[in-house]
Design a binder for this molecule. Structure first.
Ligand code: GLY
Length: 365
């Protein structure tokens, strides 16, 4: 099958198309009435973006907006330079944006699309595994500020997402494996078949052309699509159905580690440690059995992701967790499991449990 389509429902439904060599699908995703397309891409991907530019040039006037690679792009100044270019070109409401790159590119390009003329159409073409299974789906866009990451942004759903697995051929191996951190997280919160696939297949065979990787992407996108279709704006829900917040499984500790490491650790690696931590925490809080905790260690380690951490004191990590935006009021709040694929909220765990869980993943006494 050349492509798989996952539908995201909700206020503005759209398709996520997954497969190989899909650049010619862009006009269908952009829809009718578009005349001009601005392609926001990471400047390091000038060669990789060529098939996308060629496909678009056959149907539209194309303008290119190269931006810095990676997190360096997630700045207000980069959004300003894109707005200025769109202004000079007289970009109108019937024109559209295509983003091409990793999560930082789709975030800032999506933010430009969200804000130009109060919102123009955007299609995301993520080129990293992390981007495909997380950043590009669900409509979160934004930039970082000196006060923190993702504090400025908007919900702006794309009109389509193109997960062209061919673009993963040039992704460094460590980035591909780190992307599996978010995929395995989806296995624990919603789709245990992901865990069976990871456990039952040699990680060396997981590359851009493998059928197993494709199935993992499809399953993780289905998990994310299901969650954001039900709770786009993270309004949340009940303890037995936490809504979009469920996607933050493992992220409170992951963000604290990323801050401690000055963002020199890959997000998926921090998520891997964070998921093992929160499983240990759930075990201490009495919601999760030790067998599922061990399965966390096994699944993440299977693809070479870290499952322990000891580079910070508990007090420093605790402080960092408390400033994470997921802490509500003065209480720390975690998504935990009460079984595989049964997420729930743990609000205000005891400091003893928090500390013990850190010791269980290798934290210094
Ligand atoms: N990355 C978490 C979310 O999209 O809500």
């Amino acid at each position: 099958m050349r492509e798989t389509v996952v539908r995201v429902t909700g206020p503005s439904p759209y398709d996520v198309v997954i497969g190989h060599d899909l650049a010619d699908r862009l006009p269908q995703l952009l829809g009718v009435g578009v005349q001009r397309v601005a392609v926001v891409f990471a400047d390091a991907l000038a060669e990789l973006v060529r098939p996308v530019l060629d496909s678009l040039a056959a149907a539209y006037d194309v303008m290119v907006l190269p931006i810095p690679d990676g997190e360096r792009a997630k700045k207000a100044a980069v959004a300003v330079s894109c707005w200025e270019a769109l202004g000079e070109a007289g970009f109108t409401r019937s024109d559209a944006v295509v983003t091409f790159g990793g999560g930082a590119t789709t975030d800032v390009g999506g933010f430009v699309a969200a804000t130009w003329l109060r919102g123009v159409r955007v299609v995301h073409v993520p080129t990293t595994l992390l981007g495909m299974v997380d950043a590009a789906v669900g409509g979160k866009t934004g930039v970082n500020t000196r006060s923190g990451k993702n504090l400025v942004g908007a919900f702006h759903e794309p009109v389509g997402v193109l997960c062209d697995l061919s673009t993963l051929r040039s992704l460094p191996r460590a980035e591909l494996l780190a992307g599996l951190g978010e995929v395995i997280k989806c296995g624990f919160i919603a789709d245990p078949a992901i865990l069976t696939l990871v456990e039952g297949n040699a990680p060396s065979g997981l590359d851009a052309d493998s059928a197993v990787l494709r199935e993992l992407v499809e399953r993780a996108v289905r998990v994310k699509a299901g969650v954001v279709s039900a709770d786009l704006k993270e309004i949340g829900g009940r303890p037995d159905d936490p809504g979009r917040e469920v996607l933050n499984y493992g992220h409170t500790m992951a963000h604290a580690i990323e801050r401690t490491e000055n963002y020199r650790i890959r997000h998926g690696e921090a998520v891997s440690i964070g998921c093992v931590y929160v499983a240990e925490l759930a075990n201490r809080a009495g919601t999760l059995g030790s067998d599922v905790v061990e399965r966390h260690r096994h699944a993440f380690a299977r693809v070479g992701l870290p499952t322990s951490y000891s580079k910070a004191s508990f007090d420093d990590l605790h402080r960092a967790m408390r400033v994470d935006k997921k802490a509500r009021g003065s209480q720390l709040r975690f998504i935990v499991l009460s079984d595989l694929a049964v997420p729930t909220v743990l609000a205000g765990p005891s400091v003893v449990d928090l500390r013990d869980a850190y010791a269980a993943i290798g934290g210094p006494e």
